[in-house]
Write a protein that binds this ligand. Sequence first.
Ligand SMILES: *[C@@H]1O[C@H](CO)[C@@H](O)[C@H](O)[C@H]1NC(C)=O
Ligand SMILES: *[C@@H]1O[C@H](CO)[C@@H](O)[C@H](O)[C@H]1NC(C)=O
Ligand SMILES: [Zn+2]
Length: 266
Amino acid sequence: MFVSLAFTLLLGATAALASPHNVTRRVCGTVTSDADVLRMEQDFQAKKVAVSDVKTPVTIPVLFHVVSKDSTAIGGNIPDSQIAEQIVVMNKAYGNASITWVLAGTTRTVNAVWFNTAGPDTSAQTAMKKALRQGGANVLQRLYCRLQFRNPKDDGVVILFSSVPGGTAVPYNFGQTLTHEAGHWVGLFHTFQGGCSGAGDQVDDTPSEASPAFGCPNGRDTCSSAGVDPIHNYMDYTDDVCMTEFTAGQVARLKTQIATYRGITV
Ligand SMILES: *[C@@H]1O[C@H](CO)[C@@H](O)[C@H](O)[C@H]1NC(C)=O
Ligand SMILES: *[C@@H]1O[C@H](CO)[C@@H](O)[C@H](O)[C@H]1NC(C)=O
Ligand SMILES: [Zn+2]
């Protein structure tokens, strides 16, 4: 998803760019090396826009591009009701950040090749995003021009179609995959970024953890620093039912990130 307009694509399992790539285990398409984190943070510190503590509710339009292998729901052509439910789940998660995601439109494309092969970092994915983006509503494209993007040509969240609420991607079928991917869009890293050392996810109130957590391992504590692992955080890899929070530090970071890079003031 993205821009003052988010951009979400729903694809098949092999193509499932973002998480969960492997329904057995969550794997996110947004994996960042520690060197890239450092580079990104330097850029962020240099450009950082000041934001006030006052919460200004903001609405971010989201476009859903449903790419399916055929016209059936089981072939990826999920019904509008599941997309609506997905938005409800996101809005619950982003309530503390004063962000309301609003469905701005849904496009539907039957393309078995994209559905099956447009994986992360493939030319098929780039071509697909380009084609779908151009196909988006004109009224929304005007919004794009006013906003800055770190990588506007490749700025879209891709999720597995069956990860939306009521989908079949157990245990990742309560809609938190999109909450997590949107978390990257608003500038958050994984809670396990950097492991036990260094600045980790660049947020102070998310305890360090050595590696991603799976399932819902209450009390997991993999680093000697203070605090148990943040397994209930949306930016970990746990099961959807286990994910319940963004911390105050993450909310502060995302506000500054979207003000700096997307021209959105929350
Ligand atoms: C999915 O994850 C499981 C558990 O980690 C792993 O054994 C399996 O090889 C993975 N499958 C694919 C297709 O990546
Ligand atoms: C919202 O903030 C409250 C108070 O800090 C916290 O208990 C709750 O878990 C937060 N909700 C989410 C969805 O992050
Ligand atoms: Zn991720």
